[in-house]
Design a protein around this ligand. Structure first.
Ligand SMILES: NC(=O)c1ccc[n+]([C@@H]2O[C@H](COP(=O)([O-])OP(=O)(O)OC[C@H]3O[C@@H](n4cnc5c(N)ncnc54)[C@H](O)[C@@H]3O)[C@@H](O)[C@H]2O)c1
Length: 419
């Protein structure tokens, strides 16, 4: 007799008991996990593959119910790869609504960051578990909206996992545990870096609308990506906030643009983050080809030092008691989906909305300081409604794209001290 398939959400508790007992299903015997994808670019493609692999790791059946993208060609490329019927492929700036309504259990969001607060809110309102790529906003209002939506998700028992894969990497998790156990003493300072190159640019084609150009060349516009300190360097800032266990008190930064060819972003930032208690973390990020490159984190403790998920050096003579950290896979991007699915099946949904919104906010704080030349305090973005930055929203906003009201921002960077 064929075993009836169980529904991922409705039978989560039942399934959780079975999973806890066996830690794996015989294929076809567990719930079928149904996913929808919004944003069919590089990461969306990757995230769907990671999801499918995670289901294999857990021995669960999987289904992609729909994919959606601003552009038909993008949705079709993933649709062809996954052999999805044409009616499961959506395009346009309202495609996210159709993906969310496609019968999926969880939604993978991999559009440019500006759209995340809007899409995340819609998915949670519809009762979907969420995988949200980092970063999750481009301005303080958006980051606070993600925090609020994360709380709604919590009350609904929905899982939210963010694309900050270091938090799902065994070596990083192990070093965090060791630091918390006092292996290097309290962290007294450090440096976090993403020094690389501009990943890509797309030039405006003849007749291309402002909305389409922004959606295609999003990686070079602050309004779409948050600038590269937010879009890329958030990974390393997230490690600093995670390892220290608190956000910074203030930021003083500078930056500029030497060679970027399109858009309005900077191509280098240097920010001093004051984490209080005389602890400073230097954040450095650069997108300039031909310059020295490094991506990573280093922390100096009162008694030793630690390189992100790498070497950890306790004081001479102290032997580290290595904690045992067992992950299902060495691929952190697959592990993210394993962790999401397992958390639902065991009735303890992970909720990473607050942590990724906070780290996104930290990066935004560094950007605002660098753009304006001012010191920016954490409270300016989180609590002080009188602050000039508390209500900062970048324009065009995500809803403008659906409403057809998009004006192209000037393709030149802000001038510190004049912003
Ligand atoms: N975790 C990681 O290591 C990692 C790596 C790469 C990218 N990312 C993140 O993933 C996200 C996507 O990055 P990417 O590299 O895939 O970019 P991409 O340009 O390759 O893909 C983005 C896709 O979103 C589509 N899109 C734009 N606006 C849309 C809208 N309103 N609705 C639906 N689709 C829309 C674009 O057409 C494109 O296909 C970004 O937030 C990025 O920071 C994370």
């Amino acid at each position: 007799m064929e075993t009836p398939r169980r529904d991922f959400i409705r039978n989560a508790a039942l399934a959780g008991a079975a999973l806890a007992a066996s830690n794996a299903y015989a294929a076809g015997n567990g719930p079928r996990i149904k996913v929808g994808l919004i944003g069919c670019g590089g990461r969306g493609n990757g995230a769907i593959s990671d999801f499918l692999e995670a289901c294999k790791v857990l021995n669960l059946e999987s289904e992609v119910t729909a994919v959606g993208d601003a552009f038909k060609s993008q949705a079709d490329a993933v649709g062809d790869r996954l052999k999805l019927a044409p009616e499961r492929r959506f395009h346009g700036f309202d495609a996210y609504r159709k993906v969310i309504a496609s019968g999926c259990d969880y939604v993978v969001m991999a559009t440019p960051p500006a759209f995340r607060p809007l899409h995340f809110a819609a998915a949670v309102e519809a009762g979907k578990h969420c995988f949200i790529e980092k970063p999750v906003a481009v301005d303080p209002v958006g980051a606070r909206a993600v925090i609020a939506t994360g709380e709604v998700a919590r009350t609904k028992g929905l899982a939210v996992v963010a694309g900050t894969q270091r938090r799902h990497t065994a070596s990083y998790v192990k070093n965090k545990m060791l630091i918390d156990l006092g292996a290097i003493g309290p962290i007294r300072g450090g440096v976090v870096q993403w020094n690389g190159v501009v990943p890509w640019i797309k030039r405006r084609t003849a007749g291309e609308s402002a909305a389409d150009y922004l959606a295609r060349n999003w990686l070079n516009f602050t309004e779409m990506s948050g600038d590269h300190i937010v879009e890329q360097h958030v990974h390393n800032l997230d490690v600093a906030v995670w390892y220290l266990g608190r956000p910074p008190v203030s930021a003083v930064g500078f930056g500029g643009r030497a060679r970027r060819e399109t858009g309005n972003q900077f191509d280098f930032f240097s920010v001093d983050f004051d984490f209080g208690d005389d602890v400073h973390i230097h954040s450095q990020c650069r997108q300039l080809a031909g310059t020295w490159g490094r991506v990573g984190e280093m922390f100096t403790g009162a008694d030793g030092s630690c390189f992100g998920g790498g070497r950890i050096k306790p004081p001479a003579g102290r032997k580290l008691q290595e904690p045992e950290v067992k992950f299902d896979t060495d691929n952190a991007m697959v592990q993210e989906h394993v962790d999401l699915i397992r958390s639902v099946l065991t009735g303890k949904p992970l909720n990473e909305a607050r942590q990724i919104a906070d780290s996104t906010m930290v990066a935004i704080m560094g950007r605002i300081s660098s753009y304006t030349g001012d010191m920016v305090r954490w409270t300016d973005l989180t609590r002080d409604a009188q602050s000039p930055w508390y209500n900062l929203t970048l324009s065009p906003a995500p809803a403008d794209f659906e409403g057809g009201k998009v004006t192209l921002p000037e393709e030149k960077p802000t001038v510190p001290g004049k912003a």
